[in-house]
Design a protein around this ligand. Structure first.
Ligand SMILES: *Cc1c(COP(=O)(O)O)cnc(C)c1O
Length: 395
């Protein structure tokens, strides 16, 4: 095989995600960020973190943003700051990344896993209403795949009971509901800046946003060794969970592009939806009152293993978010709520297609052609309904 042919093959493949493309023309800017931080020696806290916090609060249309070490700590810190702990229950959609539920367990509370809407695969008011009990202390509204949960609908259930809604916005930087940004829709919101998120650092990072000044102050204290106004006063037992200056500087370099990148993601999603319409592949429903950040392009197919294998043979990367719902993970066996039909059916059928802002038109066309070829001949159905998770109702 000639070098030319080899290149052609490399060119033809479509990775599931490509951070190198996202960063390729930012490298000089990252070097300048490093120089700035090195010169200032402000590695933890300091002007870069303060600037990022101010700009992120403004971006989310809230009064306060607090940088923390990662998105999981962000959830844990908000729960602690709300005095949620042993004896309390927190409603969590079973369809989320495990970190949402781990943070609940970390503060000593119990996750109460609930089912989701069959179209959006997001938490919705009816599921929350049915799950509320005397120990319910909060609801974690996870804007999964980048699409905001209908927090307004949830609040029609929770507000009169005084139950706070915390947004897990780790996948929804810049998403909107009724024209309001994710991060401003609940009592507080949490973000992750893991490199693969819509806004990612070059390492771990996270933030909390809130309009509540008391909650903001408490989170700051808890995340910084319980430190009060004076450096050597420790007013409560805290921990160390801080955003570092270098990551704040990298985030400041990347933030100006976020909205254009999200728009590009939505355009790509539109192309996929239009071109694959009518084939046996069912995309997650797009709400008309929301602007999704399209963190992931998730669809359901009837024989996922076969579908992924067919695309892999055509050098197209896919992934699954997430193959095992939280309540079926061994780690959460103690909290299994029984059978959650929507999540459990979806878990065997969901597949994520390549989705990132620097996906070229040629590569989008490659994905569309490949999916069309694979599904046109198959009728998409291989005689069964995909792998089912064992129904434990009678176990
Ligand atoms: C990524 C993610 C988290 C955790 O964020 P980390 O920064 O990795 O700790 C929490 N919830 C959801 C929905 C996520 O996607």
């Amino acid at each position: 095989m000639s070098a030319q042919d080899e290149l052609q093959i490399i060119d033809d493949s479509v990775p599931f995600y490509a951070l190198d493309l996202l960063h390729s023309d930012l490298i000089d800017s990252f070097h300048r960020s490093l120089d700035d931080v090195l010169r200032s020696s402000a590695f933890i806290g300091g002007p870069m973190v303060e600037r990022f916090e101010a700009i992120w609060a403004d971006f989310c249309s809230v009064e306060n943003a607090i940088g923390v070490a990662n998105g999981t700590d962000a959830i844990e810190l908000v729960l602690r700051a709300l005095d949620i702990g042993p004896g309390d229950e927190v409603i969590v959609p079973a369809n989320t990344f495990v970190a949402t539920a781990s943070a609940v367990v970390a503060v000593g509370a119990s996750p109460c896993f609930v089912d989701v809407d069959p179209g959006t695969l997001l938490l919705q008011a009816d599921n929350v209403r049915a799950a509320i009990g005397p120990r319910t202390a909060a609801v974690l509204a996870v804007h999964l795949y980048g699409q905001p949960v209908d927090v307004v609908g949830l609040r029609s259930v929770t507000d009169r009971l005084g139950i706070p809604i915390i947004e897990d916005a780790a996948q929804a930087h810049g998403a909107e509901l009724y024209g309001r940004r994710a991060g401003s829709l609940g009592v507080a919101a949490t973000f992750s800046f893991y490199p693969g998120k819509n806004l990612g650092a070059l390492g771990d990072g996270g933030a909390i946003t809130t309009n509540d000044p008391i909650l903001a102050e408490r989170v700051r204290v808890l995340a910084n060794h319980g430190r009060g106004r004076n450096h050597h006063d420790h007013v409560e037992i805290g921990r160390n969970s801080r955003l570092d200056g270098l990551q704040a500087a990298f985030l400041l370099a990347k933030l100006p592009r976020l909205l254009d990148e999200n728009a590009r993601r939505r355009a790509i999603a539109g192309q996929y939806r239009d071109a694959l319409h009518g084939l046996p592949i069912e995309f997650v429903t797009q709400r008309h009152d929301a602007l999704s950040a399209v963190h992931l392009m998730v669809a359901q197919v009837s024989d996922r293993a076969w579908f992924q294998d067919q695309l892999a043979q055509r050098e197209i990367g896919t992934s699954v978010h997430y193959p095992t719902p939280c309540h079926r993970q061994p780690a959460f066996a103690a909290y299994t709520p029984g059978y959650l039909p929507v999540v459990e059916r979806a878990a065997g059928r969901i597949v994520s297609l390549p989705m990132f802002p620097h996906l070229s038109e040629a590569r989008i066309a490659r994905v569309i052609d490949a999916v069309t070829e694979v599904l046109s001949n198959s009728s998409g159905s291989r005689g069964d309904d995909g792998p089912m998770i064992t129904d434990l109702r009678n176990a």
